[in-house]
Write a protein that binds this ligand. Structure first.
Ligand SMILES: [Zn+2]
Length: 304
């Protein structure tokens, strides 16, 4: 059984506090993983305000303990307090990840702008988000990024095509069941898409049938498919902070079951692009998550 841990870093606080804690824990446990970092400003306060306007906000806030999880500074970031740069505030932490053998990829530039306004900013807006993000990555690590993970699992044809032109080793933009190549409009894209296969902790937390950490751990153990690649997206702000202890317990339980941890770059290097299924990217919703996400759609039979 293979598990790839895809660690999304959405906020200033997540990079400052969650990432070093996660990296130390993973190193202690002898586990490889990849960190996908939002390269631009932390406007997460705006995202939290958006959630505020949705129905069911209060119960979700209590269930997920959002304030203790994110902290007041993050909740206000980009609203009444100025947004802070994420990656450029901690270049040393990012270089250190790479030096210690962790994979580092791009998780967009302005996470909130991408997630909330992807369809409104147009091809030019998407190109500027990508250009800025890749520039910051290059400035910090001295090389071009080789992978991209879309903020909020949201993409569209313009973003898919723009990223394909960058000839990355892979993307991880969607939810799905197994690696594939995207069909955008009539175009079959070259870059492999390696989707997240498991639900995220914030989607699962607070379910009535999962009353405690042990139940959540057993739930994940039950979801991991023995004969397939399991891609688990975790968050520096969640599993790296308030949920670090229970996440460590999950990692140990997976180790006990003989799971092999892999990085997505290794997965990408062994994929045969010509043999991957060609799938449309559809929009859908997930239990426990507000709004739409992009997902692996039905496979297409036509040859290229
Ligand atoms: Zn994210």
């Amino acid at each position: 059984m293979e598990v790839a841990l895809k660690i999304d870093v959405d906020t200033h606080q997540g990079l400052e506090l969650g990432v070093p804690r996660l990296a130390s824990m993973l190193e202690r446990e002898g586990i490889v993983a990849g960190f996908y970092i939002a390269m631009g400003p932390d406007n997460s306060g705006r995202a939290i305000l958006r959630v505020f306007r949705n129905r069911g906000f209060l119960s979700k806030m209590f269930r997920t303990r959002a304030v203790s999880m994110y902290g007041a500074r993050t909740i206000l970031s980009g609203t009444i307090l100025p947004s802070r740069p994420i990656a450029l505030s901690f270049p040393g932490i990012i270089r250190d990840l790479k030096a210690r053998g962790f994979e580092v990829g791009v998780h967009g530039y302005d996470h909130v702008r991408w997630q909330d306004r992807l369809d409104k900013i147009g091809a030019a807006g998407i190109l500027s988000e990508l250009g800025d993000a890749f520039e910051v990555y290059r400035a910090i690590l001295g090389e071009a990024p080789r992978s991209f993970a879309a903020p909020g699992w949201r993409t569209n044809d313009a973003a898919l095509v723009a990223l394909d032109a960058m000839a990355l080793d892979y993307r991880s933009d969607t939810r799905g069941i197994a690696p594939y190549r995207c069909v955008a409009g009539e175009r079959v894209l070259a870059t492999p898409e390696i989707p997240t296969t498991l639900p995220t902790l914030d989607e699962v937390m607070g379910r009535r049938e999962l009353p405690d950490d042990t139940a959540v751990r057993d739930f994940y153990l039950g979801l991991c498919r023995p004969d397939a690649l399991n891609v688990h997206t975790i968050h520096a702000e969640t599993e790296g902070m308030g949920q670090l202890e229970s996440f460590t317990a999950l990692v140990r339980a997976l180790k006990e079951r003989g799971v092999k941890f892999v990085q997505l770059r290794e997965v990408a290097s062994r994929l045969n692009r010509a043999e991957l299924p060609l799938c449309e990217v559809i929009r859908t919703t997930l239990p426990g998550r507000a709004g739409w996400i992009s997902a692996q759609g039905p496979a297409r039979l036509a040859a290229e």
